[in-house]
Ligand binder design. Sequence first.
Ligand SMILES: Cc1cc2nc3c(=O)[nH]c(=O)nc-3n(C[C@H](O)[C@H](O)[C@H](O)COP(=O)(O)OP(=O)(O)OC[C@H]3O[C@@H](n4cnc5c(N)ncnc54)[C@H](O)[C@@H]3O)c2cc1C
Length: 385
Amino acid sequence: MIAPAQSLVIVGSGLAAWTLVREFRKLDAQTPITLITRDNGDFYSKPMLSNALSSGKTAAQLVSATSAAMAQQLGVTVMAKTDVTAIDPVAYSVTTALGPVTYSRLVLALGADPVRLPLQGDAADRVISVNDLQDYATFRAQLEGAKRVTVIGAGLIGCEFANDLVQAGYEVDVIDPGTHPLGRLLPLEAGQQMQQALAHAGVRFHFGNSVQAVLAAPQGLQVELANGQRLASDLVLSAVGLRPRIALAKAAGLQTARGIVVNRQLQTSQTDIYALGDVAEVEGLLLPYVMPMMQSARTLAAHLAGQPATLRYPAMPVVVKTPAMPVVVSPPLANAQGSWQVNAFSDGVDARFVGLDGTLLGFALAGKATGQKTVLQKSLPAVLA
Ligand SMILES: Cc1cc2nc3c(=O)[nH]c(=O)nc-3n(C[C@H](O)[C@H](O)[C@H](O)COP(=O)(O)OP(=O)(O)OC[C@H]3O[C@@H](n4cnc5c(N)ncnc54)[C@H](O)[C@@H]3O)c2cc1C
């Protein structure tokens, strides 16, 4: 397929791709846009995947606009169920099963793949992850008749699923090698309060432990832990992190690190190729959340429309969707020097990461203390000034 002379081709149809289209169309109604996506292109809010079960939502109910409706509304050609298998930066084209598609500018909004742990056992391949609508449909189908769910990983996504699952009436075991929930985001005291609240709601935590094997059992599955314990389970859900989909870019010779390396105009090392969302790494930062993606989409839209634009990240706290213990966290940057000052009370924790000169560099608020979010957010330095 030969695209028109000035054509924007976007690979992907997640929040990053569709947000970019929306923002770009506000500035440019004319340039032809082709969106090529491996899935069906429907628009949905991915964060709802981890809290939709208890409200009884099906995958179809999470779709807020179909691909066809989005295409019509925004004047976009959508090539759905179409995998991009290669990029040719010299010929300005991408390879698909339907033939090559040429671009004048290309945006890679490819997202990230769930990390798969190397597990042993004859049922290891029955472990699932939920990272898109199709996964969510599979998850719901496999929960039919199930009672017991094992969640691998007590990070943000693992805890959200655990809370949602207990709320929906399932027995839930969560396994994690760390010491407390959200180990990389929360100081111990805040993590412990969260653990207590989720445990009170019914979640059984197994910290300092890991899953070694998943075995088929006469009824359901056996999950074998490093300490030898075996848990009976009907479904095992893995939530141990995401890895940006960089293979396509790497094969095309684009600079990659943990993600596809981009500058503050979201430009890759290759002229006229950009990356956005979970797949993009900006100045060493991988921030796989909605707010950074929206900032990036606005910047890229302006840049593509010919306006001067430089990506800036203000402080962007993340709200953890665990109703048993609401948490808001704005972690300090990885190289931040300072210490946590923690004030724990009966119904919440106010933890602030304070720099050596006394400035606020991050926070973690749990329970009642989440009310402090707006005030504290204003005092935080920008993540990318
Ligand atoms: C369960 C869950 C809960 C979350 N909750 C929150 C939250 O509460 N708050 C928050 O800020 N963030 C949250 N996040 C993170 C947030 O949802 C993501 O940062 C965001 O949705 C990523 O959007 P994306 O468009 O970059 O990637 P994706 O949504 O993964 O989209 C990638 C797209 O690329 C397509 N694609 C990939 N490879 C190819 C190829 N080779 N050819 C064609 N198409 C391809 C895919 O089909 C897909 O359409 C959550 C994530 C998950 C998984």
